[in-house]
Ligand binder design. Structure first.
Ligand code: 5GP
Ligand code: MN
Length: 350
């Protein structure tokens, strides 16, 4: 962590001490890092005796349900399930900790509530281009594997832990390891020296990594693997510019009964092919295609997401959307659009 961030630790400590109602919030369709860092912070704050809650705009994927226990279930407010409870909680909070997003718009329906809230707001995030003006205190570090890793470093600097991972609540430690593991794709991407140091300390503190791996990667439904096979075999296309794309349409989603989070990781697979520089995965929703982009070093998924897919994220892993019907009207048009814009993009890249 940068030196300036270390000075901010005492400000963070004072803000937490002074606050009576603290709420964490993360981004729409929360992934392992969003849910992991939220639950890690929630458990930590509760261990300090604080009145703490976590708000998530959407429900968490089944694969992360092992982080939700009888002890914290009531403290996790899912906006799509109970909008009023989540909004009232945010309005009543005097401290809001924003985790794993760079801009209020990433909370979708909760953007307005955040803008109108008079609470002190803290950002802890690892995405590019954070909207820093909206926060009282910002911890933004892009050279880190995950928000979970940045949060771990922050928690280690707080007096309550004194740098000893063994003093974290057990669930915090597990949730931090989970967030880092999913955002690095199980140590395949964005691994820094600090990432391995964190993993080592958490293991030494008793985190059961085997159990985390079992829950995250070895507990899915058969349908996910069947669909993955179909997408790779039948639907993946590779353009002459080295861009692989797959479009998952509504009909196929219904046919396989695919749930939120069950296509996690599909976008990474085509990058195994030597000639593929960038992979794009589209998933059709009611009024849009949700877009995931991954690239290899030298090609910017972030720039491509910003320029052509109304999104952004990290240099090599980004997301965005194509609205139906304003941007494209059908899977076929989406395919044509991808071919056209990635041709422009990859030519400009040469
Ligand atoms: P995923 O493909 O896993 O949904 O997202 C990859 C990365 O891009 C994540 O870090 C996510 O936070 C970010 N991301 C996804 N969708 C958007 C978006 O619409 N806008 C921005 N700015 N970032 C996004
Ligand atoms: Mn993240």
């Amino acid at each position: 962590m940068r030196e300036t961030d270390r000075k901010d630790i005492s400000t963070l400590d004072s803000l937490i001490s002074a606050a009576t109602k603290i709420t964490t919030i993360s981004h729409i369709r929360p992934d392992g890092d969003a849910v992991g860092s939220s639950i890690a912070m929630l458990s930590f704050l509760e261990s300090l005796g604080k009145d703490a809650c976590s708000v998530l705009p959407h429900n968490y994927p089944d694969a992360l349900s092992f982080l939700v226990t009888d002890g914290n279930r009531k403290k996790i407010l899912i906006h799509e399930n109970n909008p009023e409870a989540a909004e009232v909680r945010l309005k009543e909070s005097d401290l809001i900790i924003c985790l794993d997003f760079n801009d209020f718009s990433r909370t979708d329906m909760l953007e307005k509530t955040l803008l109108e809230s008079g609470a002190a707001k803290i950002l802890i995030d690892h995405h590019l281009n954070p909207d820093t003006d909206k926060f009282s205190l910002v911890f933004s570090e892009t050279e880190t594997s995950s928000t979970a890793e940045l949060l771990y470093q922050i928690l280690m600097l707080l007096p309550q832990t004194g740098g000893d991972a063994g003093r974290l609540p057990a669930l915090s430690a597990t949730a931090l390891m989970t967030g880092m593991t999913t955002d690095t794709n199980n140590f395949a991407n964005s691994v820094y020296p600090g990432t391995l140091l964190m993993a080592s300390s958490l293991l030494a503190a008793g985190v059961d990594r085997d159990a985390i791996i079992e829950n995250l990667f070895n507990s899915c439904r058969e349908e996910r693997i069947r669909l993955m096979g179909k997408m790779l075999f039948k639907k993946m296309k590779i353009t002459e510019d080295g861009v692989a794309y797959m479009i998952l349409d509504r009909k196929t989603i219904m046919k396989y009964g695919i749930k939120e989070g069950e296509t996690e990781g599909f976008v990474n697979m085509p990058l195994s092919i030597a000639d593929v520089r960038m992979s794009i995965f589209l998933k059709q929703d009611k009024d849009r295609f949700r877009v995931s982009l991954r690239s290899k070093k030298g090609t910017s998924a972030n720039l491509c997401a910003k320029r052509y897919f109304n999104g952004g994220g990290h240099e090599l892993a980004s997301g965005g959307r194509l609205m139906i019907p304003d941007d494209v009207r059908s899977p076929r048009e989406a395919a044509e659009y991808i071919r056209k814009v990635t041709h422009q993009f990859m030519k400009g890249n040469e």
